[in-house]
Design a protein around this ligand. Sequence first.
Ligand code: NAD
Ligand code: DAU
Length: 340
Amino acid sequence: MNVLVTGGAGFIGSNFIRYSMENHPAYRIINYDKLTYAGNLENLAGIEKNPQYVFEKGDICDKHNVLRCLKEYRIDMLVHFAAESHVDRSILGSAEFVQTNFVGTSILLDAAKEIGVNRFLQVSTDEVYGSLGDSGSFTEATPLHPNSPYSATKASADMLALAYQHTFGLPVILTRCSNNYGPYQFPEKLIPLMIVNAMHDKPLPVYGDGMNVRDWLHVLDHCSAIDAVLHGGTIGEVYNIGGNHEKPNLEIVRLILKNLNKPESLITYVKDRPGHDRRYAIDSGKIQRELGWQPSYSFERGISETIKWYVNNQSWWTRIISGKYQEYYNVMYGGREVVK
Ligand code: NAD
Ligand code: DAU
């Protein structure tokens, strides 16, 4: 079985490649990644020489290269992670998001249709459903209501993928997952950013009142869910994936500080993210009932292992934060208004 993983040098993609290599030793995994600021081959250190694994540097927007790869490696299944994934960056500018998340997905769909794959798994997000009030959760039937440029491009790509299934019979399946955390997450996202800043005794920038709620899922539980859908999911269906660990941001930030033995005075309330979604919560009943998937990590175990991982892998993130990322950090937080 030849599996093309797009975006395999990113956070979830690299965890998924490790997971798949362990669980499917007969599979050949082709990692197709452009290596943007978020792509890092160090995430896959140790597996480069494994004959089961091939790295192809390439852009999903490059039609000829995508098609060449699909043909050359006789791809059976395609798991599509590659994306611009950070909401704040999409607010600074949406062009890259439209290009990679929408145009890139359309190019992959065309190429997959041309060679005739057995599965096209589109990895999507709960953010396509928009924002919730104080109660309720997203089901697969919740209407799409994306609020950020990022989620708008992901929702558009989802619709295109489902249209290819309906119109051409391409074997597309979609997953929509809540917030992931765990090793190798780029330190622009809430949990690794707060860990890294706390370790440097830098301010922890909490947006708005800190009471926005996210549902946290350990990345390895996301990997096992994708694996279950890839092998057992029904073509044309959508599967929501969540951790059932809803937490306000402030609770997470306080937990990180406590764990690292740092003072709460590091918490700095900054101007809110424009259009900030208030609450996400996922109903994962369908994947649990139909495919028997369950998350295996408690939040307490997952967060404490994750904090330890960042403490023990400082060279990994030091290289990132001392590079080009610093420019983004200065733009994002340098002049950001402190509100309390
Ligand atoms: P990430 O930003 O860590 O990694 C993205 C990867 O895609 C990088 O390796 C990057 O180099 C690659 N890439 C970007 N543009 C590319 C292009 N044009 N061609 C080829 N490769 C390209 O992202 P992540 O957090 O691992 O997210 C992976 C996927 O999962 C995304 O589709 C995202 O929307 C989705 N998702 C993420 C979360 C989360 O909490 N992180 C939750 C639900 C869904
Ligand atoms: O829900 C799934 C989505 O989760 C994925 O589709 C996205 O790719 C992923 O980036 C993530 O999006 P969020 O915007 O929810 O994640 P982020 O880590 O950026 O922010 C989490 C919450 O923390 C959100 O309410 C904003 C807040 N936040 C974030 C940062 C970076 C802060 O308060 N301060 C910060 O500095």
